[in-house]
Structure formats: C-alpha cells, structure tokens
Design a protein around this ligand. Structure first.
Ligand SMILES: N[C@@H](CCC(=O)N[C@@H](CSC=O)C(=O)NCC(=O)O)C(=O)O
Length: 281
C-alpha cells in the first residue's frame, strides 16, 4: 500500500509524521499521524492507537495531546487516525451539525443509504489501519493498545471488546459509554444503522458487556466539570454494566476537569504508562 508523506518532524527524540493513503475501507483518501520514537535498527515497538472525538481530525491530538515525551520514554508508537471519511462525494449531516457525518463517523460500518458507501470506520480501524501500521512502520503488531476520547472513547471500548485478541489493553477519556442511551449515540446509530436498535448493540460498550464481551481490564478517566457528563457520557452506566458482569474497570472521576484537551493532556502520560505495562507482557 502506498503512503504519501504529508510531513515529518523531529520531536521528543522521535519522528512525528502525518501520512495520507487511499483507503479501501472508506473508498476515500484518509490521513493519520504516527509518532515513532528513536529505536535500534531492526527493532519493532508496541503501538497505541488513539481514536479522537466529534469534530476532530488526526490533528487535534497530534497538536494538543502531549503524548510524545511519554511515548519516547516508554518506547511506544502512537497512531492517530481521522474520525470519518472526507471528500467532495462523502455525505454529511443534512444540517451540517457537528455530531453526525464529517468528523463524526462513530467507528461503525454504516448500513443506511447514503452513508454505507464511505462510512466504514469500523473496518478502517480494525482491519485496514492495523495492517498498514504493521506493514509500513517499525511496529510489533502483536502488541497493540487502543484508547480514545468521547466518541473515540466509545470507539476504543467497542473495538477492544469485539477484538480481545487484537488489542492487549484499552483506556478512554470521557467516553460515550452507551450510544443506545444518549442523544449523540441515538442520532448517529439511527442515521448510520437504521431504526433497529438490536443492530446497535455491537456498537455500545455497555450492551457488548451485557451480551458477554470481555477485556482484561478497562481504564477510564472522566472530569467532573465536563459539560457532557450527565447528558451524553454517563460513566455510571459503564460502572453498572461492568459490576454486573464482573468486568474489571478502573473509573477515575477527576475533580474539576472538563471535556477538553487540557483534561486529556493532563492524564495522557498515566494512560500511556498503563498501556505500556500491559504491552510489555
Ligand atoms: N463543537 C461542539 C463540541 C465538540 C467537542 O467538544 N468535541 C470534542 C469531542 S466531543 C465527543 O466526541 C473534541 O475533542 N473537540 C476538539 C478539540 O480540539 O477540543 C460544541 O461546541 O459544543
């Protein structure tokens, strides 16, 4: 697969790159960023995939996530994909709203017209990006972690729960834990998947756990000053689903933190250390 290099910059004892490729999953060009710490010739490094939230491209976490020092110290490759397909023929929200369509792919394979043709972010992350990172970067693809923020936290949790063998660890910042039970999720899943709520369950972390999916453990940080806490995020639903299913989870309520990258960057190094400990075994 041919990768176009958009940029490559030295930072924190490593190389921060931005790349573009023609995606077979989405039928569009896709951009992603990769930070590779310096490493011995021929060595391969474990990988952390970071899934971003509504309105984001790869650039938000790349510019504001403050992950490079920790990744360089821990020897982790950090990969940040886009949140949706993009391009002139990619359909968007009918009213141009930020919570559906462009920048809001919700990490699903859409089945509803006109979204099914391009909105295949599940396949893109789980299959295409995974293979591409293994083929084009010094990555140990048997040691991959996944994390994300908000819509990306939903993506990380659901992708890890559906693919326990592919991801050694999972964590999230302020995730949407149950799209079945919040306005962002109901809008997105009805638009991408149609009205049958049974079909949504494979894209809902709480429902997946209720239905028997498991991971080794889960780390979630959630700010108590987050505007979306009560209406959209509802971490108590995840705590309840995990308790009922004996699914280990560490849910840390962080006093006064909001939904922004000021919050994410504060706890980013702790999440990377948590993943590094699990990727070393
Ligand atoms: N624009 C909206 C809110 C959009 C927003 O807060 N996006 C978050 C993710 S929300 C869940 O997925 C985000 O990461 N934004 C990008 C950033 O750089 O902060 C509004 O204004 O209400």
């Amino acid at each position: 697969m041919s990768l176009e290099v958009i940029s490559k910059i030295r930072s924190h004892g490593g190389t921060q790159g931005v790349y573009k490729h023609a995606s077979s999953a989405t039928g569009t060009d896709m951009e992603f960023s990769v930070f590779v710490p310096d490493h011995a010739a021929g060595a391969t490094l474990p990988v952390v995939i970071y899934l971003s939230g509504l309105t984001c491209s790869q650039a938000n976490v790349t510019e504001k996530g403050e992950y490079r020092a920790a990744c360089a110290a821990l020897g982790l490759i950090f990969v940040a994909p886009d949140t949706s397909p993009r391009g002139a023929d990619v359909p968007d929200d009918a009213e141009g709203a930020y919570d559906f369509g462009l920048g809001a792919g919700f990490y699903v394979n859409a089945t509803e017209a006109p979204f099914g043709q391009h909105y295949n972010m599940r396949d893109y992350i789980e299959r295409e990006l995974h293979a591409l990172i293994g083929a084009d970067f010094p990555a140990d693809i048997s040691r991959v972690a996944i994390m994300g923020h908000s819509m990306g936290g939903h993506g990380a949790l659901t992708i890890a729960l559906r693919n326990r063998d592919q991801y050694k660890s999972v964590s999230a910042f302020a995730p949407i834990v149950s799209p079945l039970n919040c306005p962002w999720g109901e809008k997105a899943l009805s638009g991408y998947l149609g009205a049958d709520r049974a079909a949504w369950r494979t894209y809902d972390a709480c429902a997946l756990i209720e239905d028997g999916a498991r991971v080794a453990d889960i780390l979630v940080d959630q700010g108590t000053g987050d505007n979306f806490l009560e209406t959209q995020l509802k971490p108590d639903l995840l705590a309840a689903a995990c308790a009922a299913a004996d699914q280990p989870v560490t849910l840390r309520m962080q006093e006064g933190y909001d939904h922004s990258y000021y919050f994410i960057s504060t706890f980013m190094a702790e999440h990377l250390e948590w993943h590094a400990a699990r990727l070393r075994v």
